[in-house]
Design a protein around this ligand. Sequence first.
Ligand code: SF4
Length: 94
Amino acid sequence: MQDQQSQSKTDDKGNSTHQVGKYKVEVIRDKCISAASCVAIAGNTFKLDEEGIAVILSQNGDDDQTKLLGAQSCPTAAIVVTDTQTGAQVWPQE
Ligand code: SF4
């Protein structure tokens, strides 16, 4: 797996480092119908595998907003977005 999040850290001098993103995305394979809108929007995050099912290419390929838009574009809500800082599910809204 290559989907470790880049974390925001503050060093001894109080400098904060850049954070790539806090959202984690997951694809529920059984729900994916290969519409590929997630790939069209967030092509650095999602790709279709050899079965035409979306898989995660990288958790850090796109920014949080783009990942969320990709998830929201899915017609079957097959993509779950979780905020790794709070543990809350961001999408689909429950
Ligand atoms: S948008 Fe949804 S249904 Fe379409 S490929 Fe992505 S996960 Fe699958």
